[in-house]
Design a protein around this ligand. Sequence first.
Ligand code: PLP
Length: 395
Amino acid sequence: MNASFASRMNGLQASAIREILKFTADPEVISFAAGNPAPEAFPVDAVSELTAKILKDQPITALQYGVTEGYAPLRELLKSDLKTRHGLGESFDDLIITSGAQQAIELSCKVFCNPGDTLLCENPSFIGSLNSFRSYEVNLCGVPVESDGINIDALEEAMRQNPNAKLLYVIPNFQNPSGVTMSLEKRKAVYALCVKYGVMILEDNPYGELRFAGEEVPSIKSLDTEGIVLYVGSFSKVLSPGLRVGYLLAPSEVIQKVVVCKQGSDVHSAMLSQMICHSFMNDTDFIGHLASLRAIYRHKSSLMIDGLRQYLNPAITFDEPEGGLFLWCKLPDGVDMSAFCLNAVKNKVAVVPGSAFMPRDTDKTQCFRLNYSTPTDEQLKKGVKILGELSHSLL
Ligand SMILES: Cc1ncc(COP(=O)(O)O)c(C=O)c1O
């Protein structure tokens, strides 16, 4: 083929996770590499019943075109739920339903960033968002994440050095990939710095409802008196990623721009999916369902953590997550991280090399990511043991 691709494709590579997932086609490989909800977390019967009811009672609404902003009853329900349960949303805010959090993140970058603008993010950060940002040819600048969230001094330094920074992208709860939760002090400091330097905040919170330990920390959006925070949520980790329903709560002027972009992207998110999400929140015991998810992930995370404490070479360190789906392990300096991950998959355990989550090619890491939501209990126990044996033989 002779076609020349757009320059925006230059920074994009096939996801390292997808490359690793190819190995997981082998049924003998235990995958700690995915990020999917646990199979037992899907309320299949409830979804099947309420889908049948929607198609019986409101078939044309479900199958007809809808408005770009989203299914009105779902928008209203989300606005009131975010306000009452999490203190989110001011009179200047509005909410649009998107096709997953991923689309909210992509469109936020699209409406704010020109090629060459700096987009600040955590280092490491979620690969799907990083790739969206790369497609807008922004200058990605990663700021290190510590056990209690982003390094505030490094963030201010990055803001000083990049006066063209438009957006700061953060995942304050149970960050993907590090599992880390940002402290309230740091959330306040991040907000104050963004006000000072005129940077908008893109706060991504797909895992917030999956807290299985510790106390809820108010989100940055709840501090937003100035109208600088774009808050992204999703049904992917609390109901189903296959439905592709997420949302963006942000100042109305931002939402208006996002609506125009979404019209040109996919017109609106699937009506049936939106109606299922609405009915699931409104007509079933949604809060009880969230509690059952937390119990599932509390159990699975403990299985992995207990196994790691028992078998892993203590030279490999990790922080215990308080929620979410991931655990981030750090190999000692001098150990070849990529070789360790390759050896793991050769021994039939797939993990994701931390390099996949680096904002820039030149950023280095000694870490790899483990996921505990997708494997069965048996796989968790067996896989952790294999990793442990490997860690003793390689270090
Ligand atoms: C931090 C983060 N943001 C966004 C997404 C995308 O979620 P969605 O399925 O809602 O598009 C994911 C998915 O894993 C994620 O981990």
